[in-house]
Ligand binder design. Structure first.
Ligand code: NAI
Ligand code: MG
Length: 495
């Protein structure tokens, strides 16, 4: 159980200006340049991170490559790797509150959610992949009798992971845990406004016994450090989560450099479809609310378009509005807050601009829409619901990444599918119905990586997460994620 007094002991702890984490140690950036880190809780600067450039990235890649070639991790025994990764998970759990509070000071996620979604799920993710190490086999091909065809699965080498700010540890672990389990070395580029918990995590990785140079974290500006990593000639893979605009650039960097593999997870505009025959309207209301407002809507799978059958649209919207007013928006380190701060001033301004545009486009602002708690100096926004949204409006097409829900009416199943798929994105979706056949038809018809039925969210490490269309490619989570960080090699042996 989280206790407020334990959180309070950590909330104002002094954080020294941070260095880069390369080759198992803290080292300053070569240029000495730093970036201020301010908290969305109160808008105040509370520490600084190193602003890495090409030279620092080059050092990290060199060190990571050397560690891979040396084999201290890539060729370690499965038992050894498994033991170390499990120890890493133990240490994360032991330091969970410290990691969570550090992250919240950086990105504003409410602590109740942060503790589960960040350290705890990260530890779980690491354990999951640790368990795969001694359970995944190679293959023997069904060749002619005079040949033995062996298919080996090998680590690739140096993996670059470019991580966003909403869930740095969890999204980070979705990439580094399978990458490490497969035997690679990794360089994580943390987001400008969510680096602190990943830097602390790196120390725990070393404490657990991950050998020197295998787990590196660099910080700094995306357009400098992130670009340098994605442009580097000796990085084999970039695994990215973030905006579509940056995803496009990373594909370009790969083509301009060494044709490295690129995996992109680019968010969405996920439809949450509620039919009149939903088995439990109140459950649908509560989960739809969580589906969009959790972490102030800063969730890649957020159900930001509620597509609702006409006959229940008004009743459902009223219930949503009523419940949304009960959500407490406030200090994310206060256990009684339901929603914390929006991650940055830029993101808040982006959200408010979308609200203004939606009003101008004729959407009906039913609740919220404003910045609140301004006296704190932090970035807080009311849960916001628009009805009378048509799917061609900007508010229904763009990923806002804030606490903003668009309610769109549909006539029937066919209409719902048409609206749901009328988007460039395809990450998540949900369907609420009592009709089993309809539910299955919808799952087949909606173009998305995950379709929830009679729930929203909650999918775990055992199932893949990945997008179709402009939501990206490749999958985080589940055994399938290992495919991103391994290569197949054939041994064709004449007998
Ligand atoms: P972003 O896409 O700019 O940042 C994500 C990561 O990419 C950060 O580590 C950043 O430093 C890095 N980066 C930025 N420019 C880069 C470049 N040229 N080369 C290599 N790396 C680069 O996301 P941002 O600006 O923080 O948020 C903007 C929007 O992106 C949000 O409003 C939201 O719509 C979307 N987003 C989606 C996320 C998801 O979970 N799918 C997570 C974060 C943002
Ligand atoms: Mg950006």
């Amino acid at each position: 159980m989280l206790k407020q007094e334990d959180i309070n002991l950590l909330r104002n702890k002094e954080i020294k200006p941070q260095k880069l984490f390369i080759g198992s140690k803290d080292i300053p950036s070569k240029s000495g340049k730093m970036l201020d880190v301010s908290s969305p809780i109160d808008g105040k600067v509370f520490t600084a991170i190193a602003n890495a450039d090409e030279n620092d990235v080059d050092l990290a890649v060199t060190v990571a490559r050397q560690s891979f070639e040396k084999g201290s991790w890539s060729k370690a025994s499965p038992q050894e790797k498994k033991k170390i990764l499990n120890k890493f998970a133990d240490l994360i759990e032991e330091n969970a509150l410290e990691l969570a509070v550090l992250g919240v000071r950086d990105n504003g996620t409410e602590i109740n959610m942060a503790i589960m979604a960040e350290p705890m799920s990260t530890a779980g993710c690491i354990r999951y992949y640790a368990e795969t190490i001694d359970k995944i086999y190679g293959e023997i091909a069904p060749t002619q009798n005079s040949i033995l065809g062996l298919i080996h699965r090998e680590p690739i080498g140096v993996i670059g992971a470019i991580i966003p700010w909403n869930f740095p540890l969890m999204i980070g672990s979705w990439k580094f845990a399978p990458a490490l389990a497969a035997g690679n070395s990794i360089i994580i580029k943390a987001a400008e406004n969510a680096s602190l918990s990943l830097l602390r995590l790196a120390e725990l990785a070393i404490e657990a016994g991950i050998p020197e140079g295998v787990f590196n974290v660099i910080t700094g500006e995306g357009e400098i450090a992130g670009k340098a990593l994605a442009m580097h000639m000796d990085v084999d893979v970039i695994a990215f989560t973030g905006s579509g605009a940056v995803g496009r650039k990373i594909l370009e960097y790969a083509s301009l450099s060494n044709l490295k593999r690129v995996y992109l997870e680019l968010g969405g505009k996920s439809p949450n479809i509620v039919f009149a025959d939903t088995p439990d309207i109140d459950a649908a209301v509560t989960q739809s609310l969580g589906g969009i407002f959790r972490n102030s809507g800063q969730v890649c799978v957020a159900g930001s378009r509620l597509i609702i059958e006409e006959s229940i649209a008004e009743e459902f919207t009223e219930k949503l509005i009523t419940q949304s007013k009960d959500l407490v928006v406030g200090d994310p380190l206060d256990l009684s807050s339901n929603l914390g701060a929006v991650s940055s001033q830029d993101q808040l301004v982006k959200n408010l601009n979308y609200v203004e545009k939606a009003v101008n486009d004729g959407a009906n602002l039913r609740v919220g829409g404003k910045q609140i708690n301004k006296e704190t100096g932090g970035f807080y926004m009311e849960p916001t619901i628009f009805s009378n949204v048509s799917n061609d409006m900007k508010i229904a097409q763009d990923e806002v990444f804030g606490p903003v829900l668009s309610v769109i009416k549909c006539k029937d199943e066919v209409d719902a599918i048409k609206i749901a798929n009328d988007t460039v994105y395809g990450l998540a979706a949900a369907v609420w119905t009592s009709d089993l056949s309809k539910a299955h038809r919808m799952v087949k018809s909606i173009r998305a990586g995950v379709v929830h039925v009679n729930c929203y969210g909650g999918a775990d490490i055992t199932v893949p997460l990945g997008g179709v269309k402009q939501s990206g490619n490749g999958h985080d989570r589940s055994l399938h994620a290992l495919e991103k960080y391994t290569d197949l090699k054939t041994a064709w042996i004449s007998l």
